[in-house]
Design a protein around this ligand. Structure first.
Ligand code: AMP
Ligand code: MG
Length: 393
């Protein structure tokens, strides 16, 4: 049995970065990893511009009425220079006319009966955005390894990087094992249950920016599992199985992995849920045997599989910060020989409310949660107000 941090370390050391880059359309780069730095071909702003709707003028002239000499719309070029006692009406984002050194906001002005403008506030900021104050030509606001989020797409659009080059995505085989499983399209009779893990994993792989290859339900027989794993290892970079890794009579997965030449690097973690999580490598392929219960499978994917997928794409963006937040209520558990993870809600006051949770099959508790909190190995009680580590989900 390894500690959770040791397991995370072992998985990360086993990752090989995938070779290969591809060029994609801007919107398709979401959740992909940038292969090269994005370099700015322009200054931003590209000209001195106003941050407000108002009147461009000279700050020294604000005590007297100002005569309006021009109206400057966004996208046009000012034709007239500002001189003593004059101003130009100007719209947000328009170039500042020569001679002006401030823009007074419309809200701080009054139009006098003769059509001149008087400044009604005590003071004005310049309200001018200087040329290149956000970024200069040749600077690199996005570096390779960035996990692309919508806000990065805005930057690439602004800098003309319309077809970014990103790393190829890992292909991930998903193999839910279990003779009790039927697909969601079926009604589970007798001792059957619907396969929720397989579909949850497809979604988790997609949200990690990788490609899920779903193999369907795998029966609990050694030959079927062996064939399925062997095929998955040849076709994909990562294999994720669920079920069949614990102590039951039909839990064949670890021994089949070994038979196929997979080097098993751990087969249990001191964590709850997720103890029987098994991990091995075959060449540069990774293979994860996650427990069958869907909350365990979800959490172990987030802790172990997702970071490895991102590392394969050379991602260097921290993607799952841990927040230390106060508990809203006392929390206790019976046993403390493993690190405990439990679904929580961070409430509107920023406090952590543990949810009613019946164990690792309780997908409804997980679905209500907005985070997973952890309680250290050896600790079975925490008091209201104590700080607890929370990973948002
Ligand atoms: P196992 O790890 O195979 O012993 O399974 C542990 C528990 O998880 C059992 O109650 C299984 O029925 C359940 N389980 C296994 N696979 C799935 C799945 N794909 N979807 C939902 N529950 C599952
Ligand atoms: Mg099973």
């Amino acid at each position: 049995m390894v500690l959770l941090n040791e397991a995370i370390g072992i998985v990360s050391k086993s990752v090989s970065v995938l070779k290969g880059e591809e060029q994609v359309a801007l919107a398709e780069s979401l959740d992909r990893v940038l292969a090269h730095d994005v370099v700015s071909d322009i200054n931003m702003p590209p000209f001195r511009k106003t941050a407000v709707d108002g009147y461009a003028c000279r700050a020294a002239d604000l005590d007297s009425p100002l005569r309006v000499i021009e109206v400057i719309a966004a996208g046009t070029t000012p034709q007239r220079a500002i001189t003593q006692g004059t101003c130009s009406k100007i719209m947000t984002g328009s170039p500042i006319p020569n001679g002006a050194n401030c823009v007074i906001p419309v809200e701080d002005t009054k139009i006098l009966p003769d059509g001149t403008i008087s400044f009604t506030a005590d003071k004005s900021k310049s309200n001018i955005c200087e040329l290149g104050e956000d970024i200069k030509i040749g600077e690199s606001p996005l570096s390779k390894g960035t996990l692309i989020r919508p806000q990065h797409i805005a930057i690439m659009a602004a800098l003309g990087c319309h077809s970014p080059i990103v790393l190829v995505r890992p292909k991930v085989s998903i193999l839910p094992t279990g003779d009790e499983l039927v697909e969601p399209t079926e009604i589970p009779h007798g001792s059957k249950i619907r396969n929720s893990n397989g579909h949850q994993l497809i979604a988790q792989v997609l949200s990690a920016g990788a490609i899920p290859i779903y193999h369907g339900i795998v029966a609990d027989t050694e030959e079927v599992i062996e064939k399925a794993i062997a095929r998955a290892l040849t076709e994909t970079d990562v294999v994720v199985l669920t079920g069949g890794v614990s102590m039951g009579d039909f839990d064949y997965v670890p021994r089949i992995m070994e038979r196929l030449g997979v080097r098993i690097l751990f087969d249990s973690i001191a964590v709850q849920p997720g103890r029987p999580t098994t991990f091995g490598v075959a060449g540069n392929k990774l293979i994860f045997g996650l427990p069958g219960n869907p909350v365990s499978s979800f959490i172990q994917f987030e802790l172990l599989v997702k970071p490895s997928l991102l590392m394969m794409m050379r991602c260097n963006t921290p993607y799952a910060p841990i927040y230390r937040l106060p508990l809203a209520n006392d929390y206790s558990r019976k046993r403390a020989e493993r690190l405990g993870l439990f679904p929580i809600i961070v409430n509107a006051n920023g406090e952590v409310e543990p949810l009613e949770y019946h164990g690792s099959a309780h997908i409804f508790a997980l679905a209500r949660a907005n985070g997973i909190a952890s309680i250290a190995l050896g600790v079975n009680k925490m008091k209201k107000g104590e700080l607890v580590d929370v990973r948002s989900i």
